[in-house]
Design a protein around this ligand. Structure first.
Ligand code: NAD
Length: 395
């Protein structure tokens, strides 16, 4: 582990730290901003809502990474962004000529921001081109695709990170630290509610409502945040799940995917995770962690901004004060540090695959009318984000 990594680890709160909420604020001392001189070049693949709305704007401000290329099926859109970033036409690739990116030394990281069914192919092509890969969640549609992506990264000896932005978002990082510190007491129940309204007339929703393209509708798209949050808040893996779906098959949106799925997960500590995902409700990304002494409530807890966590109950009501930061920028900076050997990969392909296995187990339970499905897949996180990811105040 590099000195940078161990320094970060020390800024987190170690497991078993004494329970004293005010000490938490001392642990949230800001990390220094990245150094500009060794910024890493990123190619963004797919210029849809997420890229245009969040990722490209973040890349204008990040110090650790910079935009080096654009990959798009719409040349005019790519040209517009290239002009905005001062990039030459040679930095624009199509999906067809993408493989020639192998000859572009300015690109070290490929960030895949395409519909889920396209993640595996572009990940494998990126590794073949000798690049590191940051891939959006969910990592793929099938477990076989996920395994193929991990194998391709290992064969190429390049890093694969799945873009779980909440692992780099201050509210969620501080919540993980509080959970490890025992602020809620012994964890009993984690509740997560993730959903939004969808419309077939929005192309960005249309593929999400197609099982073959999304791999699981609202569950794969938004429920994954709840599954991931339950796992990172508890710091353990579920041993079994059971789930039910409520879907109106007369609604043209839900011909191939489920609408609302609700699940329960059992954890070795005795804690229970209860979650839901839904594509016919107002935008919601909320969670709460209930322990024997207090509750942590975050609503919103996983939006792009405006997240907040509150400690409810008990005598001590010293609320965490966490500054907002662009967590897409923070996540990209982190991956640049992974590539430079300065930070651990807290969301490798195996982490993405674990969520996919749980998603598939939930869907299995739905098909089996709520039957219990075992999820003891033997996965263990290599690094606990609660202890290695510090809280930054600048990107
Ligand atoms: P989007 O539909 O808005 O963008 C997808 C892009 O892929 C578009 O530019 C589209 O033209 C292109 N594309 C290429 N081939 C396509 C095809 N066959 N069908 C449809 N589009 C095609 O989607 P998005 O919201 O930007 O999501 C992209 C990825 O990012 C998904 O994996 C999604 O799960 C993920 N995502 C993550 C977050 C997050 O917070 N981390 C948020 C939103 C989306």
């Amino acid at each position: 582990m590099t000195s940078e990594v161990s320094r970060r680890g020390m800024l987190g709160l170690g497991v078993g730290a004494t329970l004293a909420i005010p000490a938490m604020t001392r642990a949230q001392r800001p990390l220094p901003p990245h150094r500009e001189q060794d910024s890493v070049g990123v190619a963004v693949v797919g210029l849809g809502k997420l890229s245009e709305g969040q990722i490209l704007p973040a890349l204008k401000r990040t110090k650790g990474v910079h935009l080096a290329a654009l990959v798009s099926g719409v040349p005019e859109k790519a040209k517009k962004w290239a002009t905005e970033f001062g990039l030459p036409d040679s930095a624009i690739y199509s999906y067809q000529n993408f493989d020639t990116i192998a000859r572009d030394p300015k690109v070290q990281i490929v960030y895949i921001v395409l519909p889920n069914a396209m993640h595996a192919d572009f990940t494998v092509r990126s590794f073949k081109a000798g690049k590191h890969v940051l891939c959006e969640k969910p990592m793929a549609v099938t477990l076989a695709e996920g395994e193929r992506m991990i194998a391709a990264g290992k064969a190429a000896q390049k890093h694969l990170m799945i873009a779980y932005r909440c692992l780099f978002e201050p509210v969620n990082v501080s919540a993980m630290q509080m959970m490890r510190k025992g602020v809620v007491g012994a964890p009993r129940l984690i509740k997560t509610v993730m959903g939004k309204q969808t419309s077939l007339s929005d192309p960005s929703d249309a593929w999400r409502l197609d099982m073959a393209m999304s791999g699981g509708g609202a569950l794969a798209d938004m429920g994954i945040y709840g599954i991931n949050a339950t796992r990172y808040l508890l710091g353990e893996e579920p041993t079994e799940v059971r789930a039910w779906a409520r879907t109106d098959r007369n609604d043209p949106r839900f011909k191939t995917v489920e609408d609302m799925v609700a699940w329960q997960m059992k954890f070795p500590s005795g804690a229970i995770g209860e979650g839901s995902s839904c594509f016919s409700q107002p935008g919601t990304m909320a969670w709460q962690a209930i322990g024997t002494e207090r509750r942590l409530v975050a609503d919103p807890g996983c939006f792009y901004n405006g997240n907040a966590v509150r400690i409810v109950g008990g005598k001590d009501d010293d609320q965490p004060r966490v500054a907002e930061i662009d967590h897409f920028g923070n996540e990209m900076n982190w991956f640049a540090d992974v590539v430079r050997g300065r930070a651990p990969n807290v969301a490798p392909g195996e982490e993405g695959l674990q969520d996919m296995r749980i998603i598939h187990a939930i869907l299995q339970s739905v098909r089996d009318g709520g039957a219990t499905v075992k999820t003891g897949f033997g996965y263990k996180r290599a690094y606990d984000p609660a202890t290695v990811v510090g809280i930054r105040t600048a990107i």
